[in-house]
Design a protein around this ligand. Structure first.
Ligand SMILES: Nc1ncnc2c1ncn2[C@@H]1O[C@H](COP(=O)(O)OP(=O)(O)OP(=O)(O)O)[C@@H](O)[C@H]1O
Ligand SMILES: [Mg+2]
Length: 262
């Protein structure tokens, strides 16, 4: 079966999409069959892989409302081994439907839909929106684990307690096996003392939950890197756009840590 990993943090702009896209591409580069599910109405992951609205007729919204199977919305990307279930701004409509009274098991819709194709992929990576609403709850309910990107900036840990509470509530209810796969420090800047402070706080609080390629090795930190910021506008993961760059190496290391289960 596939390992399903959700990238989540309700704080906006912390590197969720960047992590989802580049981790997916790096796993694919390691000969793993990967499906990236874009479940954010902003559709940034879809755009980052070079797709524009006119390139696809159906998206994950159609799957969630039941008019298309997930296999019918999946697109092949230009990267070998990497498929995409795209999103579209229309996905905002799902929240309204979700709140329609009487919808049974509404937290489990995505989980049900993913079951159809789960055996076809080694990894399914889900990029979630910056909110703890129904879409993110569906994403977390469908996942084996969650990666939480933390931006190395002021207010980094703000709202984290709420996210961790949500995860533990889901564990107690509909997804008992949900794990925190790890915290990923993002946009780390060596010249910035605040960045260093946040990283030191993270290391202090979550020492055993940071990613490492090998035990007792340094933890994986994604640097603030211009190549990472540029790559979406070229419709490419940084691993393709600027392989060998510091940003690319960080995500390649993250993929290795995931594969070895560190
Ligand atoms: N390591 C990095 N170095 C430089 N820029 C980065 C880095 N990581 C992300 N960015 C840039 O920061 C912005 C926010 O990143 P991203 O879209 O991945 O965050 P997000 O958490 O998905 O945002 P949202 O909450 O809106 O979905 C983007 O413009 C992205 O290109
Ligand atoms: Mg995003």
């Amino acid at each position: 079966m596939s390992e399903i990993i959700c990238i989540a943090n309700q704080k906006g702009g912390v590197g969720k999409t960047t992590t989802a896209v580049n981790l997916s591409a790096s796993l694919a580069g390691n000969n793993k069959k990967v499906l990236l599910v874009d479940i954010d109405p902003q559709s940034n992951a879809t755009t980052s892989l070079g797709f524009s609205r006119s390139d696809y007729e159906f998206n994950i919204y159609h799957t969630l409302i039941g008019s298309k199977k997930i296999s019918e919305v999946i697109l092949k990307t230009s990267i070998k081994n990497l498929d995409l279930a795209p999103s579209n701004i229309g996905l905002v409509g799902i929240e309204k439907e979700y709140y329609n009274a009487g919808k049974k098991d509404r937290e489990l819709i995505l989980k049900e839909k993913i079951k159809d194709i789960a055996g076809e992929y080694d990894y399914i990576i889900i990029d979630s929106p910056p909110a703890l609403g129904p879409i993110t709850i569906n994403a977390l309910s469908a996942s084996d684990s969650v990666i939480i990107p933390i931006q190395c900036e002021f207010f980094a840990l703000e709202g984290l307690a709420q996210l961790l509470n949500t995860v533990s509530l889901l564990k107690k209810t509909i997804n008992p096996t949900l794990k925190i796969r790890g915290f990923l420090p993002t946009m780390f800047s060596t010249q910035n003392n605040l960045s260093k402070q946040v990283l030191s706080d993270l290391t202090h609080h979550f020492k055993d939950q940071l990613f490492r390629i090998k035990k007792n090795k340094e933890c994986i930190v994604v640097p603030r890197n211009v190549r990472i910021a540029e790559s979406p506008s070229f419709g490419q993961p940084v691993t393709e756009y600027a392989s060998g760059s510091k940003g690319s190496i960080a995500y390649e290391n993250l993929a290795k840590a995931i594969i070895v289960g560190a």
